[in-house]
Design a protein around this ligand. Structure first.
Ligand SMILES: NC(=O)c1ccc[n+]([C@@H]2O[C@H](COP(=O)([O-])OP(=O)(O)OC[C@H]3O[C@@H](n4cnc5c(N)ncnc54)[C@H](OP(=O)(O)O)[C@@H]3O)[C@@H](O)[C@H]2O)c1
Length: 390
């Protein structure tokens, strides 16, 4: 039985992880659950799985949880320290990192420090601190297994092959809901439109990142760190059908692609069962129906976020952490109706332009860059709002 801790258990990925646990009750024991503020869902999970340790974002959420479910016999943690306790519990052999954004960084890093394998959905942590995380995993002999469907595809196609054997990795992208929408109309986009993804059902932040193509940019950085392939060998193609989850072209010209239905339980189960494959109740591809596979180049002019991510990776040091933090602030502002859709990329670009990259030697350097970028982004948003009201 694998002892499992889940960071972000109440989210889109987290709840799918628990569906896999339900499908294989003899294979997993849930040791820890960490969430933010969705106390109702967490209470259901606590009463169903009776973990050893639970964590929520605030003391108030902890009190609410205590009113909804019997917490006797388990440890309740709060905030970052609580999430770290979930991630590093001695009985957890595998930690699923499925919180959203920078909040996942420290607990995921502590899991690797404690020698745990990590099934990683929370790509922001690798964007912020890829080198540190990969080094920590290597030093402690832990695996980082991707849950992102694209990286899961690459992991399967690479199957342990060396980076020198790779001509290029090809990450596919659906193109999001605005693939054909003219840029001049981007400022009229309302959150509901941006939140309706054509092929995947996901959390709010990643769905907006998919609409700006920042998600693909973050994935380029993630692929670089996961597979040790240089940035110029990580490419992106728009593939609206989302049937090919990604491809590897090897130096001999062979291309391997992984295909599948758009169901996150597939890559999640792959990461949870690795290196084995288990019989799943998930339907396979239906090849009796005509399937068309289209590929096109991304439009960098309409979707500048992708280029910003390549720029951050090339600049290195603290720049990817700055990109990530500015994106988190800008996406939150858009969702709250404080920033037009088209200005998300402008805001991130402005924050990056004001930041000379600094070397990253330790996690504190990452956290300092993250804090700086959040503050800088907020200042830019305030200035922008002031200009708009003049
Ligand atoms: N959804 C997908 O299909 C998908 C696919 C590939 C990769 N990913 C990546 O997976 C990650 C999660 O995405 P998602 O779509 O599942 O997001 P989501 O539905 O918004 O869920 C986010 C999770 O993070 C939790 N969280 C928020 N603040 C927290 C805190 N301070 N401490 C601990 N947990 C906290 C949330 O808890 P509360 O809800 O309780 O506040 C929730 O459980 C993201 O990095 C995303 O890029 C997602």
């Amino acid at each position: 039985m694998k002892g499992l801790s889940i960071l972000g258990s109440t989210g889109s990925v987290g709840t799918n992880v628990l569906r896999i646990v339900d499908a294989f009750p003899d294979r997993f024991r849930v040791i820890g659950l960490a969430a933010g503020t969705n106390v109702d869902r967490l209470a259901e999970q606590v009463s169903r799985y009776r973990p050893r340790v639970v964590s929520v974002a605030s003391a108030r959420a902890g009190e609410e949880l205590g009113r909804r479910v019997d917490l006797s016999g388990l440890t309740l943690g709060v905030g970052e320290a609580g999430a770290v306790a979930v991630a590093s519990h001695p009985e957890a052999g595998l930690v699923v990192a499925s919180a959203v954004g920078a909040v996942g960084l420290l607990p995921t890093y502590r899991a690797l420090e404690a020698g745990k394998d990590v099934a990683l959905a929370n790509k922001e942590t690798l964007v912020m601190a890829g080198e540190l995380m990969v080094e920590r995993a290597r030093a402690n002999g832990c695996r980082i297994l991707p849950i992102d469907s694209e990286h899961c595809a690459l992991h399967q196609c690479l199957d342990g092959r060396r980076p020198e054997e790779v001509r290029r990795l090809v990450l596919t992208a659906s193109g999001g809901p605005f693939r054909r929408r003219p840029r001049e109309t981007f400022d009229q986009v309302v959150p509901e439109e941006a939140l309706s993804h054509p092929t995947w059902s996901m959390g709010r932040k990643i769905t907006i990142d998919s609409a700006t193509l920042m998600n693909k940019g973050l994935e380029v950085i993630e692929a670089h760190w996961l597979f040790g392939v240089p940035p110029d060998k990580v490419s992106v193609l728009i593939h609206p059908q989302s049937v090919v989850h990604s491809m590897v072209e090897f130096v001999d010209g062979t291309v391997l692609a992984q295909l599948g239905v758009t169901d996150m339980r597939l890559p999640i189960q792959y990461a949870l069962s690795y290196p084995e494959r288990w019989e799943a109740a998930i339907p396979g591809m239906d090849f009796t129906q005509a399937i068309s596979l289209e590929f096109e180049q991304p439009d960098h002019e309409r979707f500048p976020c992708l280029g910003l991510a390549y720029q951050a990776l090339a600049g290195g040091g603290s720049l990817p952490a700055v990109l990530n933090a500015a994106d988190e602030v800008a996406v939150a502002a858009f969702l709250e109706g404080r920033l037009p859709f088209g200005a998300i990329a402008d805001t991130i670009g402005e924050v990056m332009a004001a930041h000379p990259p600094l070397p990253i030697r330790a996690l504190d350097d990452v956290l300092a860059a993250d804090a700086w970028a959040r503050e800088q982004a907020r200042v830019i948003l305030v200035r922008r709002a002031a200009r708009a009201t003049v």
